[in-house]
Design a binder for this molecule. Structure first.
Ligand SMILES: Nc1ncnc2c1ncn2[C@@H]1O[C@H](COP(=O)(O)OP(=O)(O)OP(=O)(O)O)[C@@H](O)[C@H]1O
Ligand SMILES: [Mg+2]
Length: 400
């Protein structure tokens, strides 16, 4: 199935690929600083140029839906080749192409794109209550903890725990209170004062960063709490000297060297502060595609689709206005409950059929999340074996 993309030069292709292979492709492309679409195009073109018998069969059992974009006409030509190669299935053909591309793009240490930037994840959706705070907190915890290697069919490598800063960018201060931390009182140094006043002493904001439960996270998880005056941010940004969209980036810049990853828990609106939040997630010069960007929690219901369309258009506007790329890292379908029937299952399949951004996790509506909030503990500490905690680790894995 294909559909034409605006601009006409590439077409969307819906196929399937084993999850581990897709992950390997994504990692290798990122390591080499190559755009995924370019990597897949090269893979298909190289596959077409090779003799049929030079492609070993790949195990494609458990292949998952996968969307990509190819130059117009390439998919048709590829399908013709598959038909002419003893009816190789398209899924098998793709898997062979991707496998061979990865194998022919070995990464030497010298070639590795050293991540010069702290990765920035902006968890956003102007729709209220969809799970921004939950997903920001859970993903941040999983990043700080790291992941063990997986065994079985999908052998995935262990991922180290990284120094992670959660930023409570929402004046409601839910993330701050859920982690049992006090909001910053008015008049003190805060993200707001540093965003609106460029003459603040840079180090002063670092002093407000609070370390979370050092025993469990071994000192790798920290929080920049919300402040009481954050409600005034939008109106105060209106009178900021110099560019407003860079205000969050400017305020957080002195903190970046202390963290590997910064996760922003965004507020439920699309005001000036949110533009600065989206801008903060933009791809910086020479940064690998997909290293930073926006992660969007959504619900499996019709109103969520309308809200996402609005957010997507805002992301496009910020990208165009400031001439930056903002990578959409994925959707997290949160509070999923198939007992809600057709609306939930239909809506889930609609999210999945988008393909770009991919659904990186489906988080069920379960009690552990609310309980963790109630006892003011990080979810991955309160209920580390819960399905919700597993999903947070899945998101971390998909963002690797
Ligand atoms: N998967 C889940 N299962 C059960 N409860 C959940 C789940 N995800 C979130 N919740 C609960 O739903 C409520 C809203 O979630 P959350 O605060 O994360 O949403 P939000 O998008 O950050 O909201 P806001 O727009 O107000 O910032 C919270 O009480 C949270 O504990
Ligand atoms: Mg929230």
């Amino acid at each position: 199935m294909t559909s034409q993309k605006p601009g006409g030069e590439r077409e969307k292709v819906a196929s399937k690929l084993p999850a581990a292979l897709r992950q390997e492709l994504k990692t290798r492309a990122a390591q080499l600083g190559i755009d995924m679409q370019v990597a897949v195009t090269q893979a298909v073109e190289q596959w077409r140029a090779r003799p049929a018998d030079s492609n070993p069969t790949i195990d494609t059992s458990g292949a998952e839906s996968w969307n990509t974009h190819l130059p117009a006409g390439l998919y048709e030509a590829f399908k013709n080749d598959c038909d002419n190669r003893d009816g190789t299935s398209y899924v098998q053909g793709f898997a062979q192409a991707v496998r061979a591309w990865i194998d022919s793009h070995n990464v030497s240490l010298a070639e590795l794109t050293i991540p010069r930037y702290t990765r920035r994840l902006v968890v956003c959706n102007q729709k209220g209550g969809v799970g921004k705070t939950t997903i920001a907190a859970g993903t941040g915890q999983a990043i700080a903890l790291g992941l063990p290697a997986t065994t079985g069919a999908s052998k995935l490598p262990a991922l180290p725990g990284l120094r992670t800063l959660l930023v409570d960018y929402d004046p409601q201060g839910h993330l701050t209170s859920q982690l049992g931390v006090k909001q910053i009182p008015p008049g003190e140094e805060s993200l707001v004062t540093h965003m609106v006043d460029r003459d603040r002493v840079a180090g002063a904001l670092l002093d407000q960063v609070v370390e979370i439960e050092s025993d469990h996270f071994e000192g790798r998880l920290s929080l920049l709490p919300s402040s009481f005056d954050a409600f005034l941010l939008d109106s105060r940004l209106g009178s900021v000297r110099g560019p407003r969209e860079t205000s969050l980036q400017r305020a957080l810049a002195p903190l970046e060297e202390h963290f590997d990853v910064i996760v922003i828990d965004a507020p439920p609106n699309l005001g000036l502060a949110m533009d600065a939040g989206l801008y903060y997630g933009h791809r910086r010069k020479n940064e690998a595609a997909g290293a930073s960007g926006v992660l969007v929690p959504v619900e499996a219901e019709d109103s969520s689709a309308d809200a996402y369309a609005m957010l997507d258009s805002q992301i496009r506007t910020v990208s165009l206005d400031y001439e930056v790329d903002i990578d959409r890292l994925g959707l997290v379908v949160n509070k999923f409950d198939k007992r809600k029937g057709y609306v939930a299952t239909h809506s889930l399949s609609e999210w999945e059929s988008l393909g770009t951004p991919p659904v990186v996790a489906i988080v069920p509506d379960l009690k552990e999340q609310r309980e963790a909030v109630h006892v003011k503990q990080p979810l991955l500490m309160y209920a580390p074996t819960s399905i919700q905690a597993q999903r947070m680790r899945e998101i971390r894995r998909r963002l690797a």
